[in-house]
Design a protein around this ligand. Structure first.
Ligand code: WT7
Length: 650
């Protein structure tokens, strides 16, 4: 058996077609319609993308649609545009002028609504303020903020003037800010005095002060007052947001920027080594996020759309800010935690604002399951018509729960697969056209040529596990790793010449549906069976008492590797050796004896990245009795790790 073969052991075979009502009104209503468009997008990419791009404003129309000199792509060559213009100015001459662009709710309960007219005005003022400080085209600007409308305003203002933003998630501390600012050689950082998080104040400005001590390139720090905690303002370097914009004009002419002008850098930490600065450029990213938002979320003029991500992650970039606004949609933005002040917060937001499209992460859905259905059922969620997930494979049981309890059994779910690097969704069911299978991200989006390959580069058979690749360029793909073309080649294009390797393992079933089994570094080899840990986790989560599970491999003298499962129970259940036994039997019965965990370790929580992915690397070390090593800057809560260690010793 080849090293790359991944056995897929999922037995999921339920199918959930969209309702007739949903399909009838959808932008794409049948699988045939999807297939025809998909085929066209691959057979005539030039024609397809030229047409799609025409929906947006170009100062100069693109001459060449794509230039592919593997591994470097250029899209819409010769075209000039402006993403902020497309998100704002483009909507001002019609009925969207006074439509809500951002419906924002603060954690303490304050609400602000910015219409397209108002958002445009604020972005223009801030763009003028940035230019007034000497920040211009090509300069890098850090954004280290919480979930406030000004974070979106800052991003759009940068995009407008051609400055390259690099958003750093507000949960990171000074060192992470410093490293990212230095790598990007940023000229300015935009921050807040503090951000609200679960009732307390996270002092962001203090972290920036510490970081900037060691960032010689930073000339300006712009500070928004949000929490009124005490901060130091350094004369000459630090500027108060409100004072800056008070004196800025509210008109600003958006310049025509080259389609390949760099738009933003977003750092993503690989499993090892220093974070990679994923670089996206203007035209391709714009068309990709515009089109996916429109078709995947089936966006209509009257929708109230809510993506719960943070702007610090790519999901917040593509599906809170750029994609929805390019479509003229109304997007909800929420500042705080899902359980502030109690686990009913999300559902009260949906009820209060009449949210119709809700997009969140499997890790959040598992938390909802753990908190219990009552928090949900006491709210009126009848405004919802479509649900989505992103971030990791969703366990089929959790998917079904999400559909029934949150979606009232009537809303299609789009399980969207993509990455920071892909810029926009690359695989997903189109909600009116494709019958979903719980746990599968279904089919490739237009223009995405996804393949499951064996180690030797040949295509895997139906249902044979392999490496997930994309063998043609697509508009919103990353252009390089900032300042490091070599790393870009090495990381993404070295496994198969000229093909983008995602780093994920997957299989494709007899319907052509893709099942992502997880990062291939999360593959475990037990007695010659190479298993994606995600499927064993799904089996555990299908047990009535289990809320969450993380499975890792440890060396084993008999089986090569053995499985250790970290298990979090639903509220109100107590761990016991008998339950551990029962869970092992359960996996044995569902998947096969070879997949039975050797050990079950109960835990109150498992360590996750701040974007919600289980940090299996840390768990592997822990399970093998090693001290955790490597980059921990993305760890959500370092306390979780300490607690797991205590349990070990106790
Ligand atoms: C990795 C990318 C892209 C937004 C958030 C994460 C995993 C993402 C799915 C999905 C299975 C998924 C993959 C991918 N992933 N969505 N629907 N089904 N796996 O962005 O931090 O760049 O992570 O998340 O492993 O490679 P990211």
């Amino acid at each position: 058996m080849s090293e790359a073969t991944i056995e897929s052991v999922s037995h999921e075979n339920r199918v959930f077609p969209p309702s007739e009502e949903f399909s009838a009104q959808a932008r794409i209503s049948t699988r045939e319609q999807y297939e025809a468009l998909y085929r066209r997008s691959l057979e005539d990419p030039e024609g397809f993308w030229r047409e799609q791009a025409e929906a947006l404003h170009w100062f100069d129309a693109p001459e060449t649609i794509v230039e592919w000199k593997p591994p470097f792509a250029k899209w819409f060559v010769g075209g000039t545009t402006n993403l902020a213009y497309n998100c704002l100015d483009r909507h001002l001459d019609g009925p969207r002028r006074n439509k809500a662009a951002i419906i924002w709710e603060g954690e303490p309960g304050d609400i602000r609504v910015l219409t397209y007219f108002q958002l445009h005005r604020e972005v223009c003022r801030f763009a003028n303020a940035l230019e007034g400080l000497g920040i211009g085209k090509g300069d890098r600007v850090g954004i280290y903020m919480g979930m406030v409308p000004e974070a979106a305003i800052a991003m759009l203002a940068c995009a407008r003037i051609g400055a390259v933003h690099s958003v750093v998630f507000g949960g990171f501390a000074a060192d992470a800010v410093r490293d990212r600012m230095n790598d990007a050689q940023a000229k300015a950082v935009i921050t807040q005095d503090g951000a609200y998080r679960r009732g307390s104040v996270v002092a962001l400005k203090a972290q920036v002060d510490a970081a900037v001590e060691q960032c010689p390139s930073i000339e300006h720090v712009i500070v928004l007052r949000r929490t009124q905690n005490e901060i130091e303002m350094r004369e000459g370097r630090d500027h108060d947001w409100h004072e800056l914009v008070a004196n800025s004009s509210s008109t600003h002419q958006a310049p025509a920027l080259d389609a390949e002008h760099p738009l933003f850098i977003l750092y993503t930490s690989g499993s090892t080594g220093k974070p990679k600065g994923v670089l996206h450029s203007t035209g391709g990213y714009m068309v990709g996020t515009y089109l996916t938002s429109r078709y995947v979320f089936d966006l209509r003029e009257e929708d109230t759309y809510w993506c719960t991500a943070d702007v610090g992650w790519v999901t917040g970039h593509s599906y809170i800010v750029y994609g929805p606004l390019a479509n003229g949609a109304s997007a909800v933005m929420y500042e705080g935690a899902p359980n502030a002040p109690d686990p009913g917060r999300f559902w009260s937001i949906i009820e209060r604002h009449g949210v119709s499209i809700f997009y969140t992460a499997p890790t959040a859905v598992r938390a909802f399951v753990k908190w219990g259905d009552d928090w949900i059922t006491k709210h009126d969620l009848s405004s919802l018509r479509l649900l989505g997930t992103v971030g990791e494979p969703i366990n089929p049981e959790v998917w079904v729960w999400y559909r029934n309890v949150v979606g009232g059994g009537r809303c299609p779910i789009v399980d969207t697969y993509w990455q920071t690097e892909t810029g926009s969704i690359v695989m997903t069911p189109l909600p009116g056209a494709v019958a979903a299978k719980p746990g599968s991200c279904s089919l490739p989006f237009f223009g995405v040529s996804a393949k499951v390959l064996r180690e030797d580069g040949t295509e895997a058979d139906t249902n044979e596990g392999g490496l997930l690749c994309i063998d043609r360029p697509w508009p919103s793909m990353l252009r390089t790793v900032w300042g490091d073309d070599e790393r870009y080649k090495q990381q993404y294009f070295s496994r198969f010449e000229g093909k983008y390797f995602t780093g994920d393992g997957a299989r494709r079933d007899e319907d052509g549906f893709f099942w992502v089994v997880g990062r291939i570094d999360d593959v475990v080899n037990v007695s010659g069976h190479r298993l994606g840990t995600a499927e064993i986790e799904s089996s555990l989560v299908a047990h009535a008492l289990v809320a969450e599970a993380a499975v890792v491999g440890i060396p084993d003298e008999f089986t090569g590797q053995a499985l250790v499962a970290f298990v979090t129970l639903k509220s109100g259940n107590t761990p016991s050796p008998e339950l551990a036994d029962e869970l092992c039997q359960h996996v044995g019965a569902e998947i096969g004896k070879f997949a039975r965990p050797k050990r079950i370790r109960f835990a109150d929580a498992v360590p996750k990245t701040r974007s919600g992915k289980i940090m299996r690397r840390l768990l592997r070390d822990l399970a093998a009795g090693k001290e955790a090593h490597g980059d921990m800057t993305t760890l959500e809560d370092i306390g979780v790790l300490a607690q797991l260690r205590e349990h070990e010793e106790g």
